[in-house]
Structures are given as structure tokens and as C-alpha cells.
Ligand binder design. Sequence first.
Ligand SMILES: Cc1ncc(COP(=O)(O)O)c(C=O)c1O
Length: 362
Amino acid sequence: MKLSVNLPEKTPLHGGDVYHLARTLGLDLRELLDFSANINPLGFPPGIPGAVLEALPEIVHYPDRRCLALKEDLAAFHGLPPEEVLVGNGSTELIYLAARALRPKKALIVAPAFSEYEHALSAAGVPAAFHLTTEAQNFTLDQPPELQAADLVFLAHPASPSGALLGPDLLMEVAARIEAPGAYLLLDEAFIDFVEEASFKTNLAQFPRVLILRSFTKFFAIPGMRLGYLLGGAGLIERLAAVQEPWSVNTLAQAMGRACLRDIDYMERTRVLVRRERQRLLEGLAALPGLHPFDSTVNYLLVKINRPDFTAASLQKALLAQRIVIRDASNFRGLDERFIRVAVRSREENQRLLEALGELLR
Ligand SMILES: Cc1ncc(COP(=O)(O)O)c(C=O)c1O
């Protein structure tokens, strides 16, 4: 049965606002098919419930505020010393922490981008400038940005929301150009797990002013748990750790992180599944009249609506009537009402999206 959908006009700031949507539509959360947040379609690793049960008796203590065991596991996993890892309550906490702790005079955001960079800078009282990438560039950086006197740069790798990788030579050049005048680079690799071999982490030793941001949210499908981390030079990590709120990472999250890192088989299954289903979804979307999906390396696709009878908001609303949630991407700086973003989910779920879109657009 189709729902009648009456939603406030304002575009939600983020995808995944499913609690609010379900309440507004009078539905149970589980009735919504959410393509607006980009979460591993396999769900979380199977070892998580056991790890939680095992750690549960420990919640009578404060969490290990240094996250030592998880930090050591992360260090071993990435081939770095534990001093070069800082764990946080989701990577978003670490974005706010970096904006505060590095005390930049001015920041530069390569856009379109995750909106929390801008909010974190504003909360820290730091003015922000923007380097806008264009559609002709697939909304992906193709040369080092002008610093515009900024001493902190936010850059996503892969680009968000286009999902394209930046290329190793370009990244080296960008990092060198940013470090030369003494600026910092926060390289957001929240989605790099899908293409781990492309991570900039192997170059960290050369760049003491680069921080790499990572997240357990997307790849390990635990957005509700809040777990992320930074990789960077020991001096920089220590500086940030000194001003992080104590106990921000709870005991169960730490245990879950360790369980995630043990499951190599899950990681491989995820990469194979997402690669295969992304290609099918991309082809299915491209075959629909007036949709142009951008090629991606991760578990989401940016899509342009090339027809006058639909906007991102009207398409979103029409799909919501069928309990399908997509991300209206019009509020990304540099995009407009012609852009949506969809997650890559399971084959059956992607098929449901394609069929619903087909009905609307054909
Ligand atoms: C590019 C990017 N970076 C970082 C984050 C923050 O993720 P989390 O705080 O869940 O780790 C998001 C979330 O949507 C994102 O899209």
C-alpha cells in the first residue's frame, strides 16, 4: 500500500534519519528501506553479539579511556605504532576535536563534502573557505587546491558524495603542498575500507601534519554504536588526545571494534558483494530515463536527475510513499536539486529500488 507522505520542506542534513522519518510517517523503523545512509548490506560482523556479551560485565567500570586494547589491534591491523592511533566516539567526534585542538586560523573544505566539517569549524569559531569541485571533474579533486591562506584542509578520500578515488600521485602532491607552509590536512577516509589498498596510511610517516580519519560506521555497519579513529604522527595524536573528553568511547564499542578487526572473511565478503552489486545498481540506474549515476569505488552512488519533471525532493517523496528512503543531495554545497545519493544494498533491495524508480520514471 502506498503511503500519503507529508514531510517538512527542509531537506534533512544527513542520510539515515530513519527514527524521525518512521515517527513522522507513523511506521515501524523496520518498515523503511533505507538507501540514505551508506551501511554495509551484510549487516555487522557475526562476532559482534558474542563480543558484547563477553564485555558486558565490564560496564560496571568506566571504559578504558585510552582504548588501549583496541588501539593495539588497530595499530597491528594498519601496520602502525599504537601511538599513532586515537579512538573516538564516531569519526564525527574526531572532526570536532581536530577543529578545536589544532587551533587553525582558517580552514579550507574541498566540497561538496560531509556537512559536519563546516559545523565543527563553526563551533570552534574557525572561518571556512571552500574549494568547489565541478561536475566536469566528477565532483572529485584533480589538482591540489589553492590554500587561500588556510592552515587546515578537509578532504575526503574517496570523494564524498561522488565516491571516486583521488589517485596516489595527486594525494602525495596535495599533502606536500599543504604541509609546506605548515598547514594540516585532515584526510577523511571514512569509506576507504571498501578499497583499503588505496589508503594513504602507508605514506603517513612522510607527512607529520596529516591526519587520516577512519570510521567503523559504514564498513562494519555499526552507526548506532559510534566508533571511529584517527591515524597520524605521534606528536599530533598526543596533542588531540590531550583535549578529548574522557570516556567518550564506551566499553561495548571498544569490544565491538576488536571483534570487527578479527573478521577478515567478513571484510573480503563485503568487498566482493559491494563491488558486484554496485556495478549492477549503476547499470540499472543508468538504464532508467533521465538518471545519470556517477561511477564510484564504494557503497554509494551519486545520481543526477536529468529531467524537468522531477527534483531530488519530489523523487524522494515519491519513493517514501513506497517506504523507500533515498538521500536528497541538494543541500551538499556545490550540488543542487538535481542530485540524489543512494546506498548499495543487497541485490533484492537494490532491485526494489530500481523497480520503484522504473515505475515513476518510465
Ligand atoms: C565522508 C564522511 N565522513 C565521516 C562521516 C562520519 O561518520 P561517523 O561519525 O559515523 O564515523 C560520515 C558520515 O556520514 C561521512 O559521510
